[in-house]
Design a protein around this ligand. Structure first.
Ligand SMILES: C[S@@+](CC[C@H](N)C(=O)[O-])C[C@H]1O[C@@H](n2cnc3c(N)ncnc32)[C@H](O)[C@@H]1O
Length: 249
C-alpha cells in the first residue's frame, strides 16, 4: 500500500474514533528544551493529540503534517474550541515520504503511531526525508511506531494478517506492519546517536491480556505488569511490543 488520499478513510479511522478530540491517552513528548524556541514538526500529527500539548513548550514554529484532511480539520477545530490562536502553527496536508521543506529546516521532529501503517519502502523514504529536513544536530523522536516482529504480538499479527488476507482482500490493506530490531537500526543508519528503545513489555499476547471477562482480565494484567519489569532486564527484546527511537541528525 502506498500512501495516497485513496487510503484516507482508513487512516482517519486509525487515528481513533474513541479518543477523537480528547487527550486522555498521551504519548511521551520530547523534553521542553528540545521544543522551546525550536522549529518543530509532528509527522502524521492527526488531530493534534501530541502537537497541541507541545505548543505549551513555546516552539518557534510548529508544523503538523498529515495525509488526512479530515484529521487536519479536526485539529483546527480543537484549536478553535480551546481558543488557541497560535500564529506560528502550520498544518500541511502531505505524505510524510515527500516533505515540502528545505534541507536543514527543523530542530526537532516527532512522530507517534504512524509508521506501523506504512509499507517499509515508504518508511525508508520518510526517514530519509526527516534526515534531510533536520538541521545538523537536530533530533527525531519516534513513539509507538515500530511494532516488534519477533514478539507475541508480531507473531499473532502476522498469523491473523495471513489468515485474514486469504479470507478477504481488505485485510491486506488494514494489517499492521512489523519490524525486527535490525530493520529499525537500518532505517536510521545515516543518523548519529541512535537509541532504539524496546518498549511495552508483556509476557502474553495482547488478545490474552485484553479479551477475557473483566475479572480475569484484571488478574492477568496485574500478573503481566508484575512480570514486565523482570522481562525488561533480559538481554533480548522478544517481549517488547515495539521499539521507540531517538536519533540525532
Ligand atoms: C494512528 S494516527 C496517529 C496520529 C497522531 N500521531 C497521534 O499520535 O495521535 C495515524 C495518522 O497518520 C496519518 N498518516 C498515515 N500515513 C501517512 C502518510 N504517509 N503521510 C502523512 N500522514 C499519514 C493518518 O492520517 C493519521 O492521522
Amino acid at each position: 500500500m502506498g500512501p495516497s488520499s485513496r487510503t484516507e478513510p482508513r487512516l482517519a479511522a486509525a487515528a481513533t474514533s474513541k479518543e477523537k478530540g480528547t487527550f486522555s491517552k498521551m504519548s511521551p513528548l520530547p523534553p521542553q528544551d528540545e521544543i522551546e524556541d525550536r522549529n518543530v514538526i509532528d509527522l502524521g500529527c492527526g488531530y493534534g493529540r501530541t502537537l497541541i500539548p507541545m505548543l505549551s513548550f513555546n516552539p518557534n514554529i510548529a508544523v503538523g503534517v498529515d495525509l488526512s484532511l479530515k484529521m487536519l480539520l479536526l485539529f483546527q477545530g480543537i484549536m478553535k474550541d480551546k481558543k488557541l490562536n497560535f500564529e506560528n502553527v502550520f498544518l500541511i496536508r502531505r505524505n510524510i515520504a515527500s516533505l515540502p521543506f528545505r534541507d536543514n529546516s527543523f530542530d526537532t521532529a516527532y512522530s507517534a503511531a504512524v509508521m506501523f501503517h506504512l509499507d517499509k519502502k515508504w518508511v525508508r523514504q520518510a526517514v530519509r526525508e526527516i534526515r534531510r529536513i533536520l538541521k545538523p544536530g537536530g533530533v527525531v523522536y519516534f513513539f509507538s511506531s515500530f511494532s516488534n516482529l519477533v514478539s507475541w504480538n508480531g507473531i499473532q499479527g502476522l498469523l491473523t494478517g495471513f489468515v485474514g488476507r486469504t479470507v478477504h482482500y481488505k485485510f491486506s490493506i488494514t494489517r499492521m506492519k512489523y519490524y525486527t530490531f535490525n530493520e529499525v537500526r537500518n532505517f536510521f543508519r545515516d543518523f548519529h546517536e541512535v537509541k532504539i528503545i524496546p518498549t511495552g513489555y508483556q509476557l502474553l499476547p495482547k488478545d490474552v491480556l485484553t479479551k477475557p471477562t473483566p475479572m480475569f482480565r484484571n488478574k492477568i494484567q496485574m500478573f503481566n505488569a508484575e512480570i514486565a519489569g523482570k522481562l525488561k532486564k533480559l538481554p533480548y527484546h522478544s517481549f517488547a511490543t515495539h521499539f521507540d527511537v531517538v536519533a540525532r541528525s
